[in-house]
Design a protein around this ligand. Sequence first.
Ligand SMILES: [Ca+2]
Ligand SMILES: [Ca+2]
Ligand SMILES: [Ca+2]
Length: 314
Amino acid sequence: MFRRLLSSSAIALVLLTLVAATAAPTLAQTGDPAIAISDASVTVIEGSIAAEILVALATQPEADVALSFSFANGEANVTMVSPSLPFTPANWTEERTLTISATVDGTDEGVHTDTLTISATSDDPAYNGTAAVFTGGAGSSNNEVTIQIRDAANLLDDPSFELPVSQSEWRLVAQAGLGGSFSHPAALDGSSVLLRTTSSIETLKYAAQRIGNLNGLAGDEFTFSYSIAGLGVGEDGVIATRILLTRPGIDEPEEVTVSTCGYVGPRGDINWQTLTCSVTATDDYTAVEVFFGWQGLTSGLVGYDVAQLDLVRP
Ligand SMILES: [Ca+2]
Ligand SMILES: [Ca+2]
Ligand SMILES: [Ca+2]
């Protein structure tokens, strides 16, 4: 039913420019005594994608510096520390890599969070207890890492569009729109997202959700499934779904792999049906984003509901 379309079309260019950049961490090993953390927040997926953060000392300590880790909610854990702790006066220049993961707990929690708190203990008073200064982390003491956890069962936040847009991670975008374009009528399963034509000059209208800060690997397979329906949908324009994998680039995120699946069924009144679009990562990536919507449609409306994004890591 689906075939790849539009891989180099205008819709691709427009969509690509809307992806936010992610900065690479840098840890300063100069200045006053401090413990630098590479990331204030990371994203992990239960049972599959873990996150790596770096921890480094800014100066040579006068004694060994041990780190300890605690989690606020017990949803995540540190599974590996390399090279091993503590920092010593001899090996202090080596950055430590912490791997943070979340296990599959069998509970459908949607997007949930945990907080990692890093504490230091040392006979060097500058690196001991509350006297230790942290940089780069979250919280009032900069020694926390916020961990956003995605459920293994469905990576998307608010997959059935039950929340107001301001409360979910879906973005609704209308190019040259005149406002009042989106609504949530009772539909397939509670509320749905409805992309309605309002003007013949509208060029593009879509909903998107982006999951960033990922340690994605080549070979990861994503499948995006969703239900679609329509009313009075014209014969013009393109209705399509897209999965986009990116990594940080020089000025803007660099496309790693993209899959675009055009709707090729009949127009007019379209009954609810479930469709899928899949992509396999051709290289490592740091973000996945799903889009669905239309370009150049001048009459009718298209509804979407019950979206699901699954990851299989071979
Ligand atoms: Ca959990
Ligand atoms: Ca869970
Ligand atoms: Ca719904």
